[in-house]
Design a binder for this molecule. Structure first.
Ligand SMILES: *Cc1c(COP(=O)(O)O)cnc(C)c1O
Length: 447
């Protein structure tokens, strides 16, 4: 992707398009008026930094555009930190969860169980029982097989599970193949043609209360067109179901709103609301949406330090102390993230292409292959932009690298919301069994 003929945006362009970022001649790059260098000085790198104000502003912009039209359920998987969840809970958001762990996180952050939607293709019986016991507001059903499983579990508990059938509309969202979910060949949802019969069957099942339908066609969608097509298909299904005498109260319209990482035009809340209103407004439906990336993606940066610059052809390697175990998106999806020096003096110097990599022992541990950067000395620091979504949540400790610290900035200051993991935490819970520990050679070596 780095080799695209369209030139990359400059540092100034990246900063200008992100209202929470600014470059101060003395303090360098700032996030909501907090100098990022001060955070790196205090905590070391790599470190994730989130702007509470940007998250709140984005929530309010979206919820405002959807006022009287749809409720926002934050998709927890994008960034499941309790502070992020509590921030959205305080704004009145519900949650979309895909595991029992996410359900527990949402509840712990103060989100009412009735405001939780449980999605996912492989919800286990234990997870479903726990969700029913908690009283989650909606369970999205991904297959006829899952419907039977949920009905049996609910009946055994003397409950009725509130469900929506997830429709697979077979629509190409025009996004990266690894993040599309609404094509026939994807594992998600039920083909539209099978919905009427299954809905009628569901409404007869003792353990089931049918609420309506759900749809989610993919992620990082930057045009309203695929949404319009999906919502039109849902509206037609609602008409068919109601025509057959079924009650349809609620439509879960999914998430997937895209943001601008590089040159993409982010989907505006108004354009999304327009797509929703055009097909599903005025049908006397309760609408909910489940955005993740759009709410939190632009509000986070990952700070990293230059370990060294290794001279090589065609481009020198800038080796950072952050790696694919911290931010997986470039390795997983070829994702492009802006990379901006923290020091104003660095940002102002002339740039040349560099390969920007991490220290992990994988060739895919690269953040960029030909990225314009000024010459950076060891210890110089950079911010990797737009990592608030699908960033820290995808981190691992591969190569025995502790999880990076997380920080939230607000009101001109910053708070550590998760300290850097200690190295000794890496083997917490691991044991060496007797049959290894007591072998003579090893035993001697260990005394
Ligand atoms: C991932 C997911 C979302 C959120 O997707 P974004 O692209 O982050 O908005 C919403 N709903 C479901 C069912 C999902 O799987």
């Amino acid at each position: 992707m780095d080799l695209s003929p369209i030139p990359d945006p400059t540092f100034a362009e990246l900063i200008a398009l992100r209202p929470h970022l600014s470059l101060d001649a003395l303090a360098g790059l700032m996030l909501d008026d907090v100098p990022l260098a001060a955070i790196a000085d205090a905590l070391g790198t790599p470190v994730w930094v989130y702007a509470a104000g940007a998250m709140r502003a984005r929530y309010r912009a979206l919820a405002g555009a959807l006022k009287n039209l749809a409720r926002v359920h934050y998709a927890v998987k994008a960034n499941d930190h309790l502070a992020v969840l509590a921030l959205f809970a305080a704004e009145g958001a519900g949650a979309d969860v895909v595991s029992l762990g996410e359900l527990r996180r949402a509840r712990r952050a103060g989100i009412d169980a009735r405001d939780v939607v449980f999605s996912g293709v492989g919800k286990t019986p234990d997870e479903l029982r726990a969700a029913l016991a908690e009283g989650v507001g909606q369970i999205n059903v991904e297959s006829a097989e899952e419907l039977e499983m949920i009905a049996a579990l609910a009946r055994a508990m003397g409950k009725r599970a509130p469900i929506a059938l997830r429709v697979n509309p077979d629509i190409d969202a025009g996004t990266h193949p690894k993040i599309t979910t609404g094509r026939r060949e994807n594992k998600f949802g039920i083909p539209a043609a099978a919905i009427p019969a299954l809905y009628a069957h569901a409404s007869q099942l003792a353990g089931i209360a049918t609420l309506g339908l759900a749809v989610h066609i993919g992620s990082q969608i930057t045009s309203a067109q695929p949404f319009r097509a999906a919502f039109a298909e849902i509206a037609a299904l609602v008409g068919a179901l109601r025509g057959a005498g079924q009650v349809v109260r609620r439509i879960d319209c999914g998430g997937g709103l895209g943001i601008s990482y590089r040159h993409e035009t982010a989907l505006s809340p108004e354009a999304f609301a327009g797509a929703l209103r055009a097909s599903l407004g005025g049908l006397d439906l309760e609408l909910i949406v489940e955005p993740g990336r759009w709410l939190v993606g632009p509000a986070g940066v990952l700070l990293a330090s230059v370990v060294l610059v290794k001279h090589a052809a065609p481009y020198p390697f800038v080796v950072l102390d952050a790696a694919m175990n911290d931010l997986l998106r470039p390795a997983l999806y070829d994702a492009w993230h802006g990379i901006v020096p923290l020091a104003a003096a660095d940002a102002a110097r002339g740039s040349a292409p560099h390969a920007i990599v991490g220290p992990v022992c994988e060739s895919s541990d690269a953040f960029a292959t030909a990225r314009a950067l000024p010459p950076l000395a060891p210890g110089a620091r950079v911010a990797i932009l737009d990592v608030g979504a699908y960033g820290a949540v995808m981190s691992s400790t591969y190569n025995a690298r502790p999880l990076a610290a997380e920080v939230m900035v607000a009101d001109g200051g910053f708070t550590v919301i998760r300290p850097r993991q200690e190295i000794a935490d890496l083997w917490r819970g691991e044991t060496v069994p007797e049959f290894i520990a007591n072998r003579p050679a090893c035993g001697r070596a260990m005394t």
